[in-house]
Write a protein that binds this ligand. Sequence first.
Ligand code: ADP
Length: 609
Amino acid sequence: MTSRFSPHHWSIKAKSVALVVVYVLALCGVYSAFTVYLVRREAIQAHDRFQQTARMVAAELDAYIESGQQRLAAVARLPGMVYGLRTIQETTGEGYIPPWTTLHYLFFKSPVFTGGVFLLDRAGKVLWTEPPGLPWLGRTLADYPPIAELYQKRRSLISAGFSAEHLLSTPHVVVGMPIQNPDGEIDGILGGMIDLTAAEFTNILKAVSTTQGRFIEAVDQNGLVLASTTPARLFQPALSLSQEAEAFLLASASLAQAPWHVVAGQPRVVALAEVSQLQRLLLWLGAGVLLIAIASGVPFINGFVRPIKKLTAYAEVMARGDLSQPVVVGERHDEIAILAQAFEHMRIELKRSHLALKQRLEEREELIRLKEEFLDNMSHELRTPLHVIIGYTDMLLDEELSADGRNTLTRIRAQSEHLFHLLSDLMTLSGVNTGKVALQISPVTLSDLLARLSPLVDQLQQGKDIETVWDRPALLPTVETDALRLEQVLTNLITNAFKFTPQGKITIRARHDMTQERVVFQVADTGIGIPEHELPHIFDEFRQVDGSMSRSYDGMGLGLALVRKLTSLLQGEIAVASQVGQGSVFTVTIPLRLTCRGDACVALAPATF
Ligand code: ADP
């Protein structure tokens, strides 16, 4: 079973709307996937570009620092340095000491140490500076962080950035190189200062384009900016570490010569401006396509939903039996037009067959009427001579006759009477069928009625091994009904009971059902019974039970048909219960008072018997 929400239950309109919704969702899906792809591709490309820039600048910074370090190392390894240091300590700075020309050379020949170079003894005291006489000459720098680290680690070091400290009034970094004697002990330190504001250093970043918000910055080991294309960023935390990093497209490259790295980037908004523009364009394009789809789709959908609805309405009208409205769906040449034509064709054909059927029915009714009239007339015509024959036979039977003659006359009389009753039944049935029977209602004393049936029972019982039981209360009510019709009903039932009971018992019952204001008659026999499958048909006209047991009996299948029709005329009911070989029970129930409807009965006529 399909659920109420399954598409099989949807109207065509709902299905069309669902189709449009699916189309829109699919469009949104494609749009989202495509734009996500575009943004990602652009971001990757920008990242690659920034990565290259960062690597290039990192390489340049590396070369810059390396050149300074190489010079420091070259001088620190000079054998004269250790000797010079000892001498200078011993002579307490008097006289000309040749090694310092090396410092001089170091300072002037190197564009790296823009803040100056210095020489420390093993205790961290500044023995010499270049340019000569810098303010820190003679002071002990052992506690100055980068210097202290140099003494500890005993290898060349490059510091993080310092703003204004003891040594320089401008931001700077310190590059240090230990001077070791042949025993591996530190005799002193050779140091260089890189002034972070000097053009030699800042120019390295200037080669990079800073249009459209692009920037590049060198970051030290503490995550602070040492140099930036935006000078205000000096000593600010690096962007890659900050919370705003999400707003930028960033790439970084590490330096080989220092524990620093270079970050290159651009604000996302600017970097992805073109993609955003394309996104907007696509959005408008999608919306435009959607609008066009709706604008053209709605009339298109209506174009077939409306005529289908119209056709459905026509079909409903036809189903109600109204075939007068021609099926028209307007000017069109598609499948719906073909369907409408087929509908119209069907309507015309239906109307034609409807008319033909009506005509046939009228003809049939006319034929039935003629047949009933014919039957009525024939029966009437045949009954009169039969009546005369019976009368003459009765007269002849009163005469002296030979045994054979009497026998023959008795059989003539019996057969004539049988024919007479058959014709009477036929007349009554055709009268009931044509509605010609008018009921004669009068007060009927049931005891009298039953008493009148007695001779019939006696006659039927003659020569038969059948016990008849009259089962009736002492007091029976008077019923207002048509006595003749009721008698006919009971006569037929009793006759059948004797006809289909070769031997046994027949019970004729009468009861007054006071609560329901009706009387009940029952004719029960222990005869041959009726097969179950035949029971529903025994009240049909000209119907006889198809069975070997009943075939031997004469009759036209009129008796029970008449019984049912008369019972119904008397506003009563008939029921049957039967079992083959056991017998049958026919029960007739009629109201105590028959109510007259229209011309169907004649009110309270005096009793006719
Ligand atoms: P018919 O006038 O030929 O007797 P009915 O209309 O009276 O026909 O009965 C129809 C059929 O119902 C009969 O042919 C008979 O087979 C069956 N029938 C009617 N009454 C009885 C009964 N009391 N017992 C057995 N069969 C019966």
